[in-house]
Write a protein of this length. Structure first.
Length: 107
């Protein structure tokens, strides 16, 4: 699955994804500074998953109509050492996830 890392996540987190998953950051695809609504619209045709730690995203956007799986990480900080241990749970959850689903990891 193709994973897009939100700007709020450390770019190095992409290294935690192993095949069949691959990840890129918002900055790497040239979408830095784009609002969430537009970002999700841009991501939908190119990615399968949008990974974020923005716990307000669900309140701000209608996520159910997207062709993306949204994964929201719940962690005490966005430090790579805190988030990296959550990635195995993310990849496991993605195995059964469907587009339009919102997954909560670390809660």
């Amino acid at each position: 699955m193709r994973v897009l890392l939100d700007e709020c996540l450390p770019r190095r987190l992409k290294r935690e994804f192993k095949p069949p998953h691959s990840a890129l950051s918002v900055a790497e695809v040239g979408w830095s500074g784009i609002s969430n609504g537009m970002l999700l619209s841009l991501a939908a045709p190119k990615f399968d998953v949008f990974l974020t730690s923005d716990t307000n995203l669900e309140l701000q956007q209608n996520l159910r109509d997207l062709s993306l799986i949204i994964v929201v990480l719940f962690a005490p900080s966005n430090d790579i050492n805190v988030l990296a241990p959550l990635i195995p749970e993310v990849t496991q959850a993605l195995a059964d996830a469907k587009p339009g689903q919102v997954l909560h990891i670390g809660r």
